[in-house]
Design a protein around this ligand. Structure first.
Ligand code: F6P
Length: 345
């Protein structure tokens, strides 16, 4: 086997370039030609591939985003796309490829692998840390650090103005960013998708906190947080809701109306996915890339690189995408010790 391919699919995130760089370096070291596939699965549909060498992948370790580009295209939504991928993969002479992505990209990789169109290994990427099958995906640590810095900044302005500030962070289906950044940033209330929260109760907790002498409150909300008795329009799909109306705004408006306290909202959005990766994400990205090349060498196709107790291993992609990794209940208990409903000592 001599030629391997790599693509980055789905949402971008810091650390992708660390993986690309190490795949090229390790791949060349063991005698492979490495082909970069542009813009996720789109590049295989359009036959947009090029050789990657040390020159193109030098100086990219600290750069956010992906030098290969990405897209959210799912070829299984169009049988012609699957056909094109099968044809172009054959024509390219690529023996096996590395798909770097989250749940959606890995599901496509698994489908193409199972149908015998491509030989593939997966690398887990998720700023939401939502992939089961690995303790960490790269991108998450950077997102948590960015969100924590933002909470720190918003803390000082909330305190000065005696306001409630609602900070919306990413996390469509899982509350990992909200929980970890919330703990690190000293949030008084954290709302996540896994645990539906009653806003009436949140308002009571804020009132109790303020009656104890506090004049500000920090609330961290996952974009996909679930509410008990959610009164928002239910004719919107969750995707529309995510793009066009923020849960953070809804929570802030409800709190201001019910408590009378001045409330502001900050939606952190794509800031969490941009810029330089943390050292942690650079290191695991680099390790993941090297492990992916080793898996190809060992012909362990259909597997995803996985980090378990800081040890690199692999897991079937099927297993890894079977269900999302919900937040650790123990971590939520830690956060609750600091919630607004707990009396200060
Ligand atoms: O899956 C990563 C993620 O950043 C989610 O946290 C967020 O909901 C989504 O991607 C945003 O997707 P898009 O880039 O398509 O708007």
């Amino acid at each position: 086997m001599k030629k391997i391919g790599i693509l980055t699919g789905g949402a971008d995130c810091p650390g992708l370039n660390s993986v690309i760089r190490s795949v090229v370096r390790k791949g060349m070291m063991v005698g492979y030609v490495v082909m970069g596939i542009k813009n996720g699965w789109q590049g295989l549909i359009e036959n947009d591939l090029r050789i990657l060498d040390l020159r193109q992948t030098s100086g990219i370790l600290d750069r956010g985003g992906t030098i290969l580009g990405t897209s959210r295209i799912n070829p299984f939504q169009n049988p012609e796309h699957v056909q094109k991928i099968a044809e172009n993969f054959k024509r390219s002479g690529i023996d096996a490829m590395i798909a770097v992505g989250g749940e959606e990209t890995l599901k496509v990789a698994l489908g193409l692998h199972e149908q015998g169109f491509i030989k593939v290994v997966g690398v887990p990427k998720s700023i939401d840390n939502a992939l089961s099958g690995t303790d960490y995906a790269f991108g998450f640590d950077t997102a948590v650090n960015i969100a924590t810095q933002c909470i720190d900044r918003l803390h000082t302005t909330a305190e000065s103005h005696h306001r409630i500030i609602v900070i919306e962070v990413m996390g469509r289906y899982t509350g990992w960013i909200a929980l970890e950044a919330g703990i690190a940033g000293g949030a008084d209330i954290i709302l996540i998708p896994e645990i539906p929260t009653d806003l009436e109760q949140v308002c009571k907790d804020i009132e109790a906190r303020h009656s104890r002498g506090k004049t500000f409150t920090i609330i961290v909300v996952s974009e996909g947080a679930t509410l008990k008795n959610d009164l928002r329009k239910n004719n919107e799909s969750s995707a529309e809701r995510r793009r066009f109306s923020s849960i953070g705004e809804f929570v802030a408006k409800t709190i201001e109306e019910k408590t009378g306290y001045e409330t502001r909202v900050s939606v952190l959005g794509y800031i969490q996915r941009g810029g330089a990766p943390t050292a942690f994400d650079r290191v695991i990205g680099t390790r993941f890339g090297i492990k992916a090349v080793e898996l190809i060498k060992e012909k362990k196709f259909g597997q995803m690189v996985s980090l378990r107790k800081n040890h690199l291993t692999s897991v079937g992609i099927e297993e890894a995408v079977k269900q999302r990794k919900a937040v650790d209940p123990e971590l939520y208990e830690v956060a609750k010790v600091f919630f607004a409903n707990v009396e200060d000592m």
